[in-house]
Design a protein around this ligand. Sequence first.
Ligand code: 9D3
Length: 257
Amino acid sequence: MMHLDVVTLFPEMFNALTGSGITQRARSSGYYELVLWNPRDFSGNSYRSVDDRPYGGGPGMVMMAEPLAKALRAARQRQVSCGVRRTRTVYLSPQGRPLTQKIVEELGGYEGLVLLAGRYEGVDERLLDAEIEDEISIGDYVLSGGELPAMVLMDALIRRIPGALNDAESAQQDSFANGLLDCPQYTRPEVYESDAVPAVLLSGHHAQITKWRMKQSLGRTWRRRPDLLANLPLSAEQTALLEEYKLESKEARELIK
Ligand code: 9D3
C-alpha cells in the first residue's frame, strides 16, 4: 500500500483522480490510500486566511508558511501512525525538476509521499526551506496551481504499483517499456473511409507482425522524438529495421515527386 497525502486548497479537484478508471479501482482495491489536507483548516484566524501580500510589493498573493507547515506536519504524522518509515515531502512547482519516468521510479521507492500543491504566485520561501525535500514541475507551460501536476504524478506512480493494472493493461505496459514511441494501432472495420488496415496485421503471421510493429515504433521515434533515440542502445536487428524504415520513407517521398 502506497500512502499519499496532498496539501491543497482545492481537495474536490482530486475526485478527478479517485472517481474513475485505473486510479479509482486501485484505490478501492487497497493499492494506495489518498488523504487530502486543506491548509484553511490549519489557519489561525476566523477568516480561514492562508495567503497574504508579498513583501517588497508586486502583484498577486503568496501562501503563508504557518498553515502549510501545520498541514504538512499533520499529514506526515498520519503517515508515521500508519507505520510509514520512508516518506518524502514534494512541492509541485514551476521551478522544480522536470518530471520523467526515471523520477517516477525514484519517487515510487518511497512508502509514503506528502505532496504540496500551491496556488496564487507561490509559497513563502521559508516554508520550502524548512519542510520541502524535492520540487517537481510537469513541464514548461503555465498552469493555475499544483493540483493537476500532483494528480499527474500520482497517476504515473499508481500505474507502476504491482497489481494495480489488470492483465490486459499490464501486458500493454510491458510491451512498450522500451523507451520507444508506440506503433500505430487499428481495430474494426478493415476499411475506414477508403483507408485499409496494413495487410500484415491481417496476415496472422505473428513474427512478421512483431517485426512490423518494432519497425514502426523505431521509425516514429526517429521522426518525432530523435532525442529519445539518441540515448537508446539499439540491437543490430533494430538498427537494420530502422534503416529499412528510412529507405521505405525515402521511396515513398520519391513516388510523390
Ligand atoms: C512561473 C510563472 N510565475 C511567474 C509569474 C507565476 C506562476 C504561474 C503558475 C506561479 C504559479 C503557477 C502555478 N503552477 C504550479 O503550481 C505548477 C506548475 C506549472 O504551472 N507548470 C508546470 N508544472 C507545475 S508544478 C506546479
